[in-house]
Ligand binder design. Structure first.
Ligand code: ZN
Length: 233
């Protein structure tokens, strides 16, 4: 039996079992074990891990932990504004988060009947960030980009994702259908007039339509609320 000495950053400690939620703990293990495997075995998915150090020096996921190693684990840092627009796939519990991301124009696949296998396949094949509340799913060996969503509250979830992926840069409201993720098309007011409520007819002139489900969009109160959230961030 070997023993490693773990120091987990405070931000990640909520993922640990209760008996390990402290400044540091000793972790016994057998045989050759990669640091990635050991950290996941205490409950932290690799997608949430930032820098790892062994005895003060930076190491990668493949590092084989030695008897007596002091392993320090930091939380992943926000990736910030990348050069490629992030795309997402969300698990069946995150429908309201998916709506918000689509409202910003972000490509966000969501179906409430995706099973785990399908979620992993879509994330890997289509290079989509997997957003999920299921940490076991993020521990799948094929998953390279994902985020564990800790909050149960959709607006807080939305903030978590915006901060981690620097989404402010990619905001393009009214470009994607909130119901089905399809890109929207602009439509002349006259063409949709018969479907509009009297006040909408009166106050709005710009309209978009989803070519798939025919939902009509305009810059109503929903949009203002969303703008406010973005400005706060
Ligand atoms: Zn649609």
């Amino acid at each position: 039996m070997k023993v490693s000495h773990f120091v987990i950053e405070v931000k990640l400690r909520w993922l640990l079992p209760l008996d390990k939620r402290r400044d540091n703990f000793d972790y016994p293990f057998n045989g050759p074990q990669s640091v990635k495997h050991l950290i996941e075995s205490v409950g932290i998915p690799h997608t949430e891990i930032g820098e790892i150090k062994a005895n003060g020096g930076s190491i990668g996921f493949d590092y084989l932990v030695q008897d007596g190693d002091k392993v320090e684990v930091k939380a992943v840092l926000p990736v910030g504004e990348g050069i490629v627009e992030p795309r997402f796939v969300l698990d069946g519990h995150l429908g309201r988060l998916a709506s918000r991301l689509r409202m910003l124009g972000l490509d966000s696949l969501y179906r409430n009947d995706y099973d785990d296998k399908e979620l992993v396949r879509v994330s890997v094949d289509e290079v989509r960030i997997l957003l999920t509340r299921d940490r076991r799913l993020l521990m799948h060996k094929n998953i390279t980009s994902g985020q564990l969503i800790w909050s149960l509250e959709p607006e807080e979830q939305f903030r978590e994702v915006i901060v981690r992926y620097g989404l402010k840069k990619w905001v393009k409201p009214f470009q994607r259908c909130i119901r089905c993720n399809n890109p929207l098309e602009t439509v002349r007011k006259e063409a949709v007039l018969e479907h509009l409520q009297p006040l909408t007819k009166l106050y709005f002139d710009e309209f978009h339509i989803c070519p798939a489900c025919k939902q009509i969009y305009w810059k109503g109160s929903h949009f203002n609320r969303m703008q406010k959230i973005i400005e706060e961030i």
